[in-house]
Design a protein around this ligand. Structure first.
Ligand code: ADP
Length: 413
C-alpha cells in the first residue's frame, strides 16, 4: 500500500516538474526569439534609415555608407513609377516579392517575415523623399541562422530537461519515501496496537465465555454454590474495564490535546495520598512502603493525571519487589524541577530491557507471572509526564532494584 502511495507521489511530482519544465522552455524560447527578433528589427530599421540618409543626401546613391558599415542584407529602392532606382539583390524572386510589397500599402513602416526559396526573410519597407519625389526603400535580411539557433536552443533545453528529470525522479522517490515514513510508522503502530488490544481482550472474553458455559450446565443449582464462576466473570470484566480505560487515556494522550484543567495543587498531598492508598497493597505483599515527602510543595499541572502516573510507578515497585522488600517514595523540590523518585530493591531491569519498558504493551517475560497488567502502565505514565513536558528516568540493576524518577519542570505551561 505504501509503495503504491510512494509511486503515486513520485509520479505526481514528476508530472508537475515536467509541466513546469515545459512551460519554462516555452517561455524561455519565446523570450530569446523575441529578443533576437527585436534586435534584428532594430538592425534592419537602422539600415533602412542609413540608406534613406545616403540617398537623400545625393541623387547619385550607391548605398556606400550602408554597404560598407553593415553586412547581411539586400535592399531595393523603388521610385514613384515602380521602377527600381537602386538595389542589391541577386535573387529575381526577391525583386518580385519586393514589388508585391511595394503595391501593398500596409507593408510600409512595419516588419514582416516570409519564406522564399527555402530561406526565411525579415523585411522592412519605408517611404521617403528624394527632393519632392516619393520613393520606397525595402530591406531584406535572411534569418535562417536565427531559426537554427532557436532550434538548437530548444533541442539543448529538451535534453537538459530530460537529464534533469532523470536525476529528479530518484530524488523525488527518495523524498516521497521520507515524507510517508511517519505515516507508515504511525500506521504500523496502530496496527500493532489493535492487534495487541484484540489479543488482550480475547483472553478475558474466553474466560467469561467458559464460565458462562459452566453456569449454564449448572442451571438447576442454587447461585450461592456457583459464586466461584461468577467471581471469575467479575474479575475478567474488571480486567477488561481497566484495559479499556487505559486505552482511552492513551488515545487521549495520542491526540496531543493540550492538557486541560491545569491548576496549582499540593503535590506533597498527592504523593501522600498515593502512598496511603497503596499501603495495604504493599502490606499484603509483605513489602514496606516508606514515604519521604516534605510538606507543602506545590506544582502547576493536572492533578488527576499526575496522581495516576505516581500510582502506576508505586504499584509497579510493589509488584516487582520481593517479599520483605522495601519501596520508597521521595519527593524533592529543586530550583527548576519537582522530582518524585520511586525506588525498590526488587527484581530489577536489565539495561537492554530499560529501553523497551516504556513501549506500549511491552512486558518483560519474567514479569508475566507477577503482573496482572497489560504492559500499558509505564507507557501511560510516560505520556502523562510528557504532556507536562517532563521525563521519567530509570536506574536499575538486575536483582538489586530499580528507581523510577519523574522529573517535572516547574514552568511547563
Ligand atoms: P505491566 O502491566 O506489565 O506492569 P508496565 O508498563 O507497568 O506493565 O511495565 C512494563 C514492564 O516493565 C513490566 O512488565 C515489568 O517487566 C517492567 N517493570 C516495570 N516496573 C518495574 C520495577 N519497578 N521493577 C522491575 N521491573 C519493572
Amino acid at each position: 500500500m505504501f509503495k503504491e502511495i510512494r509511486n503515486k507521489i513520485t509520479l505526481f511530482t514528476t508530472l508537475i516538474l515536467i509541466s513546469f519544465l515545459f512551460l519554462f522552455i516555452i517561455f524561455f524560447v519565446f523570450l530569446v526569439q523575441k529578443g533576437i527578433g527585436i534586435s534584428g528589427e532594430i538592425y534592419l530599421h537602422n539600415i533602412a534609415m542609413d540608406i534613406i540618409e545616403d540617398s537623400s543626401e545625393s541623387n547619385d546613391f550607391n548605398g556606400k555608407k550602408a554597404n560598407n558599415d553593415r553586412l547581411g542584407y539586400d535592399y531595393i529602392i523603388w521610385n514613384e513609377s515602380d521602377n527600381v532606382r537602386e538595389m542589391r539583390v541577386d535573387n529575381k524572386n526577391l525583386i518580385i516579392k519586393g514589388y508585391e510589397y511595394k503595391k501593398t500599402a500596409t507593408s510600409l513602416g512595419t516588419f514582416l517575415y516570409f519564406d522564399l526559396d527555402s530561406n526565411r526573410y525579415r523585411y522592412y519597407g519605408k517611404e521617403f523623399y528624394i527632393g519632392t519625389e516619393p520613393h520606397v526603400v525595402q530591406v531584406f535580411q535572411i534569418v535562417n541562422v536565427e531559426q537554427i539557433l532557436i532550434s538548437y536552443l530548444i533541442i539543448c533545453l529538451f535534453f537538459v530537461g530530460i537529464g534533469g528529470i532523470l536525476i529528479l525522479i530518484p530524488i523525488s522517490y527518495f523524498i516521497a519515501g521520507k515524507a510517508i515514513n511517519p505515516i507508515k510508522k504511525n500506521y504500523e503502530q496502530q496496527k500493532k496496537f489493535i492487534g495487541n488490544v484484540s489479543h488482550e481482550l480475547r483472553t478475558p472474553l474466553t474466560v467469561i465465555h467458559t464460565n458462562i458455559e459452566v453456569l449454564r450446565l449448572k442451571e438447576d443449582e442454587v447461585l450461592a454454590n456457583n459464586l466461584h464462576w461468577l467471581n471469575n466473570i467479575s474479575i475478567e470484566v474488571d480486567n477488561m474495564t481497566a484495559l479499556i480505560s487505559n486505552m482511552l487515556i492513551l488515545a487521549h494522550a495520542d491526540s496531543k490535546h493540550a492538557i486541560q484543567k491545569i491548576e496549582t495543587f499540593d503535590i506533597s498531598a498527592v504523593c501522600a495520598e498515593v502512598t496511603d492508598l497503596m499501603f495495604d497493597v504493599a502490606k499484603e505483599q509483605e513489602v514496606s512502603l516508606i514515604s519521604n515527602i516534605p510538606k507543602g510543595i506545590e506544582y502547576k499541572g493536572q492533578e488527576e493525571t499526575i496522581k495516576r502516573a505516581i500510582r502506576i510507578l508505586v504499584d509497579n515497585a510493589i509488584k516487582y519487589s520481593n517479599p520483605q522488600g522495601q519501596v520508597t517514595l521521595t519527593l524533592s523540590d529543586t530550583l527548576r524541577f519537582i522530582q518524585i523518585a520511586i525506588s525498590d530493591n526488587g527484581i530489577g531491569i536489565s539495561e537492554e530491557e530499560q529501553k523497551k519498558i516504556f513501549n506500549r504493551f511491552y512486558r518483560i517475560d519474567n514479569a508475566r507471572d507477577r503482573s496482572t497488567g497489560f504492559g500499558l502502565g509505564l507507557n501511560i505514565a510516560d505520556e502523562i509526564v510528557k504532556m507536562h513536558n517532563g521525563s521519567i528516568k530509570v536506574e536499575s540493576e538486575i536483582n538489586e532494584g530499580s528507581t523510577f524518577t519523574i522529573i517535572l519542570p516547574k514552568t511547563i505551561i
